[in-house]
Write a protein that binds this ligand. Structure first.
Ligand code: ZN
Length: 320
């Protein structure tokens, strides 16, 4: 194993991450229609005589399908090998971010290339220690810049603690009375589009966006209205009343800071939107569809507070 300096890694910034690619199909209405049906997106901008493609389809036009498109560039492979050699042999995708520069229209040819935009300093996360690699794909429609797609991975050496936590979680199955949470919950990813939501959480307010034009409420936070496309919005504070629309009980995989089994509900808020959060206050096997719940803010650790939903007393489901 050989150490690698940040300077060595930074030298890869700006180098190609892949060869220039061409979309397998030009922008086309059948793919747009399938996408809209799968997403349940009835925005009229995507149908009719002069439709545009949903902006979030950006990456779809660049995908290689089962036969693939292209491999990573030699530079990317070299960077990867350097990190492997330094012991950062694990990889996890952490997040992606898109920016839209102009609408794509049926008939347009999509081209794209990707560069290694940045390689972070050495960072230690819950998973382990390593370096974040951000690649930026620039997408063009008929040669004009149409958007960017940033993709971040962490190349890391797994933390002892994480490996130990996994082992401990596996042991829980044999010794359920030795359960103990450890580690911290993952931090929310706060960006320009959802910062207002997290500001609200700090004030113990659950803020729902409302379209400034057609007044349709929406959640989670998005820049535009799904019903009319308007970019104008304000917020309404949720009353906190809701019911369980659906739920799952998480048993596996074990992860530090989570203590399975626990219930994750899709909550129908009184304001007409749904939100995913934990259902607390009753054992996870007593959560039921239709159960009334009420919002509360739970201090998860010293820095993190999250909105969760408490099942009203006396509403626990019976034995089945
Ligand atoms: Zn609207």
């Amino acid at each position: 194993m050989s150490e690698v300096s940040h300077k060595e890694l930074k030298a890869f910034e700006g180098r190609a991450a892949s060869k220039t690619g061409v979309g397998k199909d030009p922008v086309n209405e059948p793919m747009i229609r399938h996408w809209c049906e799968a997403m349940g997106d009835a925005n009229p901008a995507y149908t009719g005589p002069d439709p545009i493609a949903p902006p979030t389809m950006l990456q779809a036009w660049t995908m290689g399908g089962l036969t693939g498109h292209q491999d990573h560039s030699a530079a990317y492979e070299e960077l990867s090998a350097l990190l492997d050699g330094a012991g950062y042999t694990s990889i996890v995708a952490t997040d992606c971010e898109q920016e839209y520069l102009r609408a794509l229209r049926p008939g347009e040819t999509v081209t794209f290339d990707a560069v290694i935009e940045s390689v972070s300093e050495r960072k230690t996360t819950k998973l382990g220690t390593g370096h974040f690699i951000t690649t930026r794909m620039d997408v063009r429609a008929d040669g004009e810049p149409a958007g960017t797609h940033r993709f971040r991975v962490l190349k890391y050496a797994p933390a002892q603690k994480y490996a130990a936590a996994e082992k401990q979680a596996a042991a829980r199955t044999q010794a359920p009375d030795q359960r103990k949470s450890e580690g911290k919950r993952p931090r929310p990813v706060i960006n320009r589009d959802n910062a207002g939501f997290w500001e609200g959480v700090k004030q113990h307010q659950l803020l729902i966006q409302r379209c400034g034009d057609c007044r349709t409420p929406r959640f989670p936070w998005l820049p535009g209205c799904n019903a009319c496309g308007s970019l104008v919005w304000d917020t309404v504070e949720a009353s906190g009343e809701g019911t369980v629309y659906s739920y799952v009980v998480m048993h596996h995989p074990p992860f530090p800071a989570f203590d399975p089994p626990y219930a994750v509900g899709l909550i129908d808020l009184a304001e007409g939107v749904r939100m995913v959060s934990n259902v607390v206050g009753v054992p996870s096997d007593k959560v039921r569809i239709g159960q009334p719940v009420r919002l509360e803010f739970q201090q998860v650790d010293e820095e993190l507070e999250l909105p969760v939903f408490r099942a009203a007393e006396g509403t626990a489901g019976g034995e089945v």
